[in-house]
Design a protein around this ligand. Structure first.
Ligand code: ZN
Ligand code: ZN
Length: 229
């Protein structure tokens, strides 16, 4: 099965390791498929505006440079490690209220999507781009001061737009998400080198972007594993 991690941050947003070094860390650890998913943060709240002010969010003007860098590194990763690298973002709607906040991965993104758009607009645009949507850390996390409950609390309304849910994120397992039997994956939410040791996804499919997206969407041949040193 393919060893995968679909939730990885770099210095393009709030990660501590640059893109090239991140590719080498995952390549050397033997990963088959990874997605780079830097934050796109909303600007219609105080904490969202702060992230934009201090450049820990991608925006309309940095997105092209980000995509170009990922494409170049993906080519290097393919030749050097035989590793598939998928471009993505983490749409981050950050508010003081945990109930109002939500994070959403968009995998195989092609064009910039602002986090200030409504959920319906974001989901429809992701679909237009044939990208995959993943609700991140949808339930209570152990190590975080902030939680992002909005998508889980409003799942009756939004589940039809969401291709998969994180059933595990770094050290946390969200058993309620698994019990609901939604399509699931597990990711590191990588910000620092030690975060590579965390929950991961195994996929039984070909190592190409459309096969990976179909496998996650169908959620057959999917398993999670705790990747440890
Ligand atoms: Zn997040
Ligand atoms: Zn994240």
């Amino acid at each position: 099965m393919l060893l995968c991690d679909f939730h990885i941050h770099t210095t393009f947003s709030d990660g501590s390791i640059d893109l090239s070094k991140t590719i080498d860390i995952f390549g050397q650890a033997g990963f088959d498929v990874i997605a780079i998913t830097d934050h796109v943060v909303n600007s219609d709240s105080t904490i969202g505006a702060f992230a934009n002010r201090f450049n820990i969010s991608l925006n309309d003007s940095t997105f092209d440079c980000y995509m170009r860098a990922i494409r170049e590194e993906a080519e290097r990763a393919r030749k050097k490690y035989g590793m598939l690298v998928i471009p993505g973002v983490e749409i981050s709607k950050n508010y003081l209220s945990n109930e109002k906040s939500a994070h959403l991965l968009i995998l195989d993104i092609k064009e910039f999507i602002p986090a200030d758009w409504s959920y319906e607009q974001i989901f429809l645009e992701a679909k237009r781009q044939k990208a995959l949507t993943v609700a991140c850390h949808p339930h209570a996390m152990s190590g975080m001061s902030k939680n992002t409950f909005f998508l889980w609390n409003n799942r009756e309304r939004y589940a039809k737009y969401i291709d998969a849910w994180e059933v595990a994120n770094r050290d946390d397992v969200f058993s309620v998400v698994g019990l609901k039997k939604y399509p699931y994956i597990a990711n590191s939410d990588f910000h620092k080198a030690r975060h590579i040791y965390s929950w991961k996804t195994l996929l039984n499919c070909e190592k190409d972007t459309s096969a990976v997206k179909n496998c996650i969407r169908d959620n057959r041949g999917v398993a999670i594993t705790l990747f440890r040193n």
